[in-house]
Design a binder for this molecule. Structure first.
Ligand code: DP6
Length: 330
C-alpha cells in the first residue's frame, strides 16, 4: 500500500472540496519515554516497536492553512520559506496526498512555540497540527485513530502529537498499518515536570530518519532493541499508573541510553553527544546521588531533557540556570 492509497482509504467517504477558505489548529510537541527507533515499512512509517510519550503542554506548533491561488507557500515562524527549501518541499509532498484530482494549492503559516532548535522534534507537532488544520479546512469528522494514522504519514512520532498527556503508539502488525496508531492513556500526573536543556543549536550530523535506518541496517545491538522495548513499556505503564517517578525516570533514562548504544554500535557509528551532553548527564547523576529525583532522556541529538517533579524545581533551576521547564499536565 502507498501513502496515497492509505489516505484515499481513510478519506473515501469525505467530500474532497474544502469547506472553508482557512483553518487554524494547534498540536503539542512530545518527548518519548520509550523511543520509536526503526521502521518495518518506510513508505507508511510503520515502526518496528510500540512507543510511549508525554506531550509537552503548551510547547508545540500552531498552523493556519488557507487556500492559495497558484502555488504552495510556506511561512515558518513569520518568515517566508523558499519553495526549494527541504522543509517546504516536505510539506508540499505531504499535502500532495490530499489534493485529489483538481489542482489545489495551500498557504501554510506555521509557528513553533518549541524553543528554536531545542532538539525537540517540531516535525511531530508540525504534522499533527497540519492534519488537524486539514480536518477543519475540509470539514472531515475523522476520529483520533484516523487522524493519528494521517499524522504518522508525515512523520512517525507525529501520530503521538494528536493527543495531550501520556500517549502510546501501538506498532501494529498489519501490512497496511491500519492497526498502527497512537492512543492517549487515561492517567494524569500534575506534578510531573520536563526540563529542556538546549546545549547546542548547531545542525545535527545526521537526521533521525536516516540515523534510525542506518542503525537498523548496520548495528548489531539493534537486535536487542525490540527486547528492550518489550521490557520497558510495561514498566512505564506501571510507573504512570502508580505515579512512581523513580520507576518512570529510571526506565525512560535507560531506554534513551540503550537507543544511543544502538547508534554507537552502528557502522560507521553515530555519536550525537557533545561534551556538554556528557557534563549534563554527570550533573544529573550527581544530583541523584545527593537525593534529588531527576532523570534524563535524549532523542537523536545532543540535547538533554530532564524528568522530575514539582518539588525539585528550585534545585534543578539552581544547577541548570538555562533550563526551560514544562508542565505537561498544567
Ligand atoms: C528519537 O518521528 O522524526 O525522536 O518517522 O522518520 O519522521 P520519521 O522519524 P521521527 O523520529 C523520532 C525519533 C525519536 C524517538 C521518538 O520520538 O520516539
Amino acid at each position: 500500500m502507498t501513502r496515497k492509497e492509505c489516505v484515499r482509504r481513510i478519506l473515501g467517504e469525505f467530500n474532497a472540496q474544502p469547506q472553508h477558505d482557512s483553518a487554524t489548529a494547534w498540536a503539542p510537541a512530545n518527548i518519548a519515554l520509550c523511543k520509536y527507533w526503526g521502521k518495518r515499512n518506510s513508505e507508511l512509517y510503520l515502526p518496528q516497536t510500540s512507543s510511549l510519550s508525554v506531550s509537552l503542554g503548551d510547547l508545540g506548533t500552531q498552523t493556519t492553512l488557507s487556500i492559495a491561488s497558484d502555488c504552495d507557500m510556506v511561512v515558518l515562524n513569520g518568515h517566508k520559506v523558499e519553495p526549494e527549501n527541504a522543509f517546504a518541499r516536505r510539506l508540499s509532498a505531504y499535502l500532495d496526498l490530499f489534493r485529489g484530482d483538481k489542482p489545489i494549492f495551500f498557504h501554510i503559516d506555521t509557528a513553533n512555540t518549541v524553543p528554536t532548535a531545542a532538539g525537540l522534534a517540531s516535525s511531530a507537532s508540525g504534522f499533527a497540527a497540519l492534519v488537524l488544520a486539514l480536518q477543519s479546512l475540509y470539514g472531515w469528522s475523522l476520529d483520533g485513530c484516523h487522524l493519528s494514522i494521517l499524522a504518522r504519514l508525515g512523520s512517525g512520532s507525529a501520530c503521538r502529537s494528536i493527543y495531550h498527556g501520556f500517549v502510546e503508539w501501538q506498532a501494529g502488525i498489519a501490512d497496511d498499518g491500519f492497526d498502527s496508531y497512537a492512543e492517549p492513556l487515561p492517567e494524569t500526573w500534575p506534578d510531573l515536570r520536563v526540563g529542556i536543556l538546549t546545549l547546542s543549536t548547531a545542525e545535527k550530523p545526521i537526521g533521525s530518519r536516516q540515523a534510525m535506518q542506518h542503525t537498523l541496517e548496520t548495528s548489531t545491538l539493534y537486535r536487542a532493541w525490540p527486547q528492550q522495548v518489550e521490557s520497558d513499556l510495561p514498566l512505564l505503564r506501571r510507573a504512570i499508573a502508580e505515579r512512581d517517578l523513580h520507576l518512570l525516570g529510571q526506565t525512560a533514562e535507560n531506554n534513551a541510553l540503550a537507543m544511543h548504544a544502538t547508534l554507537l554500535a552502528a557502522r560507521p557509528a553515530i555519536l550525537y553527544w557533545l561534551p556538554e551532553s556528557v557534563q549534563s548527564i554527570r550533573t544529573i547523576h550527581d544530583l541523584r546521588k545527593q537525593g534529588a529525583a531527576v532523570y534524563l532522556t535524549m532523542d537523536a541529538g545532543p540535547n538533554v531533557k530532564l524528568l522530575f517533579e514539582k518539588n525539585d524545581v528550585e534545585c534543578i533551576r539552581e544547577r541548570f540556570p538555562k533550563v526551560a521547564i514544562v508542565s505537561p499536565f498544567a
